[in-house]
Write a protein that binds this ligand. Structure first.
Ligand code: MN
Ligand code: MN
Length: 385
């Protein structure tokens, strides 16, 4: 091998190494192309991956005035389409004015109280207080803030309809203004540049402040420019649909019209109760377990199924179209927050499907006498107990 050839080989190897580094750095983007068929999906293997992610075991990111834990497609690759964040704010702490370019934001308040402000593209704005069991929905790109009202910390769950969303890659007002020359800001706001001298030179993200006064019970005449659709839905206050095995509350676009890309829910499963075998043809399902112990089994075709146990602080994910069921395996009620990445809620019940076919067909299908099906349910059971 001549010296020149050897040098070329080294150069080629170095170039290849460099490319591999770039490829590794782009791994999340590459995975994002899964549905386009560019790279293998985490669901393509001979065995199904776990559909459980222990958010409770994650180390919180501590900040002045609060903390967060985050699940994305990077730390939980099966959840390509949905990300979740658990956030806690101390009384008065403000999650600063920001927006998300790549996801809508759905939230469920677990404890405490907080106030949100939001603006939409028609310049309608809303300022609303939230308490436990309340849900919000912010369409992609709408500017918003969240402030804890006390007494006590406010804890809430954020769910985003993009697995590659990151709570730490949002568009923050301080970050933007820190990167605009002061003379431009002076012109923009029509104030002397000196007025802006004290603005932070970095992203604030979370900041401690005074607890704001209560909102007026009756807004002053002419003081509001609110759109026709509210951003708040009182999910826990909704009368649930009840079944022998538990109850379900849902906030789809039908109950909560602004929630066009997501459906939220709160499901309670009694001890011994079962969320029956079913699937969702046009939505992925994301879950956050608040209490109790369950076993969830997911069927992924080609002889593959996966069963995991879930407890408080765990996230579950079920890809669209995958069959599943959930059993309460403990002595206390299971309470789980549900989120689907479709504003229209729909599911297909295996029992209803079988009931819609004749015993003759079922007998042939299962290779048993048709009398076997005499006492099967005549339709969807949802949650047998
Ligand atoms: Mn947000
Ligand atoms: Mn389901």
């Amino acid at each position: 091998m001549s010296e020149m050839t050897r040098r070329n080989v080294f150069a080629a190897a170095a170039a290849a190494g460099g490319l591999m580094t770039v490829a590794a750095a782009n791994a999340p983007q590459a995975l994002a192309q899964t549905q386009a068929g560019a790279v293998p999906s985490p669901l393509d293997g001979k065995e199904l991956p776990s559909f459980r992610f222990a958010l409770g075991a994650e180390k919180p990111k501590m900040m002045d005035g609060g903390h967060t834990k985050e699940q994305t497609a990077v730390n939980f690759p099966v959840s390509q389409s949905i990300a979740g964040v658990l956030m806690t704010l101390q009384p008065g702490t403000l999650r600063e004015l920001h927006w998300h370019s790549n996801a809508a934001e759905w939230a469920y308040v677990i404890k405490g109280r907080c106030r949100i402000t939001i603006i939409d593209p028609q310049n309608h704005s809303q300022t609303v207080d939230f308490g436990p069991g309340d849900v919000w929905y912010f369409p992609r790109g709408f500017g918003h803030s969240i402030q804890s009202l006390g007494p006590g910390d406010c804890e809430f769950l954020l769910v985003f309809d993009n697995g590659y969303f990151s709570e730490f890659a949002t568009f923050s007002i301080t970050d933007w203004l820190a990167h605009v020359p002061q003379e431009v800001l002076a012109k923009n706001f029509g104030v002397p540049a000196a007025t802006l001298a004290g603005f932070p030179k970095r992203e604030v993200y979370m900041v401690k402040g005074p607890v704001p006064p209560p909102l007026p019970a009756d807004p002053a005449p002419g003081s509001l420019d609110v759109g026709s659709r509210t951003h708040r839905y009182r999910l826990l206050a909704q009368r649930p649909k009840t079944y022998p095995g538990g109850s379900i509350r849902l906030a789809s676009m039908r109950e909560f019209p602004i929630s066009t890309t997501m459906t939220g829910g709160l499901m309670r499963i009694k001890p011994g109760g079962l969320r029956e075998l079913h699937w969702h043809p046009r939505a992925d399902e994301w879950q956050y377990y608040l209490s109790g112990r369950t076993r969830m089994s997911v069927f992924g075709s080609r002889g593959r199924s996966r069963t995991d146990e879930f407890g408080p602080g765990d996230i579950g994910f079920i890809p669209r179209g995958y069959g599943h069921y959930i059993e309460n395996i403990g002595n206390e009620d299971v309470v789980v927050v549900l989120a689907f990445n479709n504003g229209i809620y729909e599911s297909i019940s295996l029992t209803a499907w079988m009931a819609s076919n004749t015993p003759l067909l079922l007998g042939t299908n299962f290779e048993v006498p048709e009398s076997t099906f005499a006492n099967f349910p005549k339709g969807e059971t949802t949650m047998p107990g």
